[in-house]
Structures are given as C-alpha cells and as structure tokens.
Design a protein around this ligand. Structure first.
Ligand code: UGA
Length: 443
C-alpha cells in the first residue's frame, strides 16, 4: 500500500518506519525541513530503542521523509495524522490536528481517487467525527463516506520500546465511519494476522485510548496512596503488601504446570514518586476536562491527578526526616527522564523535586544516562552540577534521590558512602543493601 504519515514526532516516525518495514511504501511528512533531511539521512531525531536500526533498514527504500504534503496525499491511498495534541489551558490543543486536516482536505479537492484519512494522534472522544471530518469536507468540497473515508486508529506505544511495541502489537483498534474505510484500514495492518483487532466507530476508538491510559494511571496512584498510608502506619513495607496483592491468581494466573504468568500490568501496581511523560498526565487531565464539558464529573481521575501531584513531595519529606535544614546540603538527583529507556523529561517527577531543592538552597548534582541535555534547558550549570558518571554523581553526597529506575542504578550499594542517605523513589534498591535507606511506602 502507498501511505503517508503527517507528523514525524515519536508516534508518527515510529509508525511510519515500522509500517515501511512491513512493506508499505511510506512517506513521512513534516514542516520541519531540517528534521526531514535528518530522517532522510537515516538519523533518528529522537532517542528511541530500535529506531536507528529500522530507519537504516527502510530509508531510501520503502520509507522517505518530505515537506511536500500535497504530493504525498496525491500519491498515497491512506494518510495517518500523527501530529501533537499538547494540553493547553484546560483542554487538548487541536490546532495541529485541525491544520493537518485542512491541508489534507485542500489536496483531496484535487484528487480523483478515494482516500482514507486516519487520526492517530490522541484526541478526546468525538474529535474525529465532529472536528476532523467537517474540516475535511469543508476544505475538499467533497463528502465523507462517498469520496473519502475517515477513521481513528489509536496508538499504544510505550516510549523507550515503541518500535518493539509497534512490531509486536497486543491489539489493533480501528474506528471507521463506514465499512469501506475499515476495509482500507485493515489492509494497513494485514502484516499482523494474529493480532486481536477491535473494529468499531471512531468515537469508541478514541475512548479506548483514554480508558487504557486512565486505568494504568489510576493503578499507579492507587498504589501510591496505599504506600503513603503504609509509611504513616509504620511497620509495613508497601513492596511486601503489593507482592501479596500481585499473587492473586486473577492478577498473575497460575498455569496447569504450576508456573505463574506475571503480567506487565502488575508493574503499574508499584509504589513510587509518581508518573510522568507525555501521555498519562495529559490524557487523564484531558478526560477530566472532557467530562466537565459534558457535566459528568470524573472524581476518580481527579483524585489520580491529585495524588500524583503530591508524590514528588514525599521524596522531600523523606529527606527532611534526616536533615532539618536543606540549605547547603549536598543532594544528588539520579534519573531525570520520566522513566528509563528514554531522554524524555516531560512531567518527570525530577522537575518539581529539583525546583523545590533549589528553592531551599540545596547544593545540587544530577545524573541521567541519556537525559542530561534535555534537563539543561530547565536547570543550567549554575543551578545544577551535571556529572557524566554515576560514581561521580554520588561522591561526597549527603543524600541521593533515586527518581528514575535506570538499570545502572543497581550499582548504588557498591558506590554509596556509609553516611550517605539513599531515598529510593522507585523501590529499586533492596532496603538492606545500604546503611541509610529510605523509600516510598516504608517508614
Ligand atoms: C503510556 C502507556 O503505557 C502506553 O500504552 C501508551 O501508548 C502511551 O502512554 C501513550 O499514550 O502514548 P509511556 O507514557 O511511554 O506509555 O510510559 P509507561 O511505561 O506506561 O510509564 C508511564 C509513567 O508511569 C512513567 O512515569 C513511569 O515511571 C510511571 N510508572 C509506571 C509508575 O510510576 N509506576 C509504575 O508502576 C509503572
């Protein structure tokens, strides 16, 4: 199939490269000329495992990037809209989606053959049919369902393993306005014959995406609320509580041979210093705002956001248990990315923690295996001393705060001086492995 992808952010580029690797002739469109050139030279503009390899395998063969949207739409059968939907004010900002739809529509006005436009960006329920479809009709002067199809195909990629997630999908959700649209969308995924497909309308497809992220975020805040009470009560370690909960056979089923399946879902029932990233915080807030618009209060999700906003502060409370005065205290913050495997720092708990420590006059050192460059935009060298290695980061520290669960931090017990306090925001280190240990969900 000949396809085009509008937007080369992490969703657009990963989707485009992976679909090209599955045999589709793919054009990725972006307004940013430098980015387009970079992609065409086979260089990934973002840090994402497996992306450089899949780019070099496909670029110049099945995949190319371009700034020319018109030519791409005229020469392809299906377009994915994969532009950003940032959260602005109290709702998601659809301006990039609107703009992409209008540009595609203007080309459809001059296109004779049938074309399918699929929204891949995360948009609140109703957007594809109530916003994108009317723009396409207005700018093309044509009729949806007759001259062109409109669909919604949410992505379920996790940053850091987006390529692997795309190539080994757990589900494919296709929302189409009619059977013809759905038929073309199915062709897009014909290389995944064994994957479960949910075929539905666009609004339900949009809702599936928000519900999936809302559930995972809820599980995290639930675990954090339990962790905070466990710590307050004393004598309870939340990791033992959660192990007892995870062993429920409905959460980790026992097979006939006696072995257990440990589903990835249980990872979200782990206490920590809070979730971040470009998805959970934005998506939960967007659904709350959407509920408000339709006079349906989303009380549970409001609590999820509230608990999450408090969680970084728990790290500082643990620090204050040992040091009444933070001014002049040498504090090392380990892990700036919102999670391991990415250089993305959006909504990372490290940000409010560094801000507060800075405000209180702590002497700050930070280390992240990949996200240092991104963090320097927020905290420059005069605010934070960045180190290139873990051992340099913890040398001479009064306290070390572990924020991101990077595998290399398992070296900490060997590296920490006996008087350094470790505050473990991910319960990544065994509490008995260092002399002065504090962790979320432990008193
Ligand atoms: C999430 C979803 O997992 C994907 O399915 C979805 O496609 C994606 O959002 C999206 O909407 O694009 P992602 O944001 O990449 O993916 O990250 P996750 O690995 O799910 O982690 C999200 C946050 O939760 C991280 O800050 C992580 O540290 C935190 N987390 C995760 C916890 O605090 N506790 C846990 O037990 C698990």
């Amino acid at each position: 199939m000949n396809i085009s992808v509008v937007g080369t952010g992490y969703v657009g580029l990963v989707s485009g490269a992976c679909l090209a690797s599955k045999g589709h002739e793919t054009i990725c469109i972006d307004v940013d000329k430098a980015k387009v050139e970079q992609i065409n030279s086979g260089v990934a503009p973002i840090y994402e495992e497996g992306l450089p390899e899949i780019l070099s395998e496909t670029i110049g063969k099945k995949l190319r990037a371009d700034t020319n949207l018109r030519e791409a739409i005229l020469n392809t059968e299906l377009s994915l809209i994969a532009v950003g939907t940032p959260y602005k004010g109290d709702q998601i900002d659809l301006s990039y989606v609107r703009q992409a739809a209008a540009e595609i529509g203007r080309v459809l006005a001059d296109k004779d053959s049938y074309h399918v436009v699929v929204v891949k960006s995360t948009v609140v329920p109703g957007t594809t049919e109530d916003v994108v479809l009317p723009i396409l009709e207005e700018t093309s002067g044509k009729k949806a369902g007759q001259h062109f199809g409109v669909g919604m195909n949410p992505e379920f990629l996790r940053e850091g393993c987006a390529v692997a997630d795309f190539l080994n999908p757990d589900r494919i959700v296709l929302g189409g306005i009619d059977e013809r649209t759905l038929g073309v969308m199915k062709k897009l995924y014909q290389a995944f014959p064994d994957t479960d497909i949910v075929t539905t309308n666009p609004k339900t497809a949009e809702m599936i995406k928000y519900t999936a992220n809302g559930l995972l975020a809820t599980m995290i805040s639930f675990s954090n609320e339990i962790a905070n009470l466990s710590a307050k009560l004393g004598g309870i370690d939340v990791t033992e509580v959660m192990r007892g909960v995870h062993l429920d056979k409905r959460l980790s089923p026992i097979l006939d041979n006696g072995c257990r399946i440990i589903p990835g879902l249980t990872q979200y029932l782990a206490a920590g210093c809070g979730f971040g990233g470009s998805c959970f915080p934005k998506d939960v807030r967007a659904l709350i705002a959407h509920g408000k618009k339709y006079e349906e209060p989303m009380s549970l999700l409001e609590a999820v956001v509230k608990i999450n906003a408090q969680q970084p502060n728990r790290m500082l409370e643990l620090l204050r248990k040992h040091f009444r005065e933070l001014r002049g205290l040498k504090v090392s913050v380990l892990g700036l990315a919102f999670k391991p495997g990415t250089n993305d720092i959006r909504e990372s708990p490290a940000i409010p923690i560094l801000h507060q420590l800075q405000k209180e006059g702590a002497v700050l050192t930070a280390f992240d295996p990949v996200a240092e460059h991104e963090m320097r935009h927020l905290f420059n060298d005069s605010a934070v001393r960045y180190t290139r290695s873990l051992d340099k980061a913890v040398e001479g520290a009064d306290a070390v705060l572990l924020i991101t669960n990077w595998p290399e931090f398992s070296e900490l017990p060997r590296l920490l001086a006996s008087n350094t306090v470790l505050i473990d925001g991910r319960r990544a280190i065994s509490k008995d492995a260092v002399p002065r240990y504090e962790g979320i969900g432990l008193s």
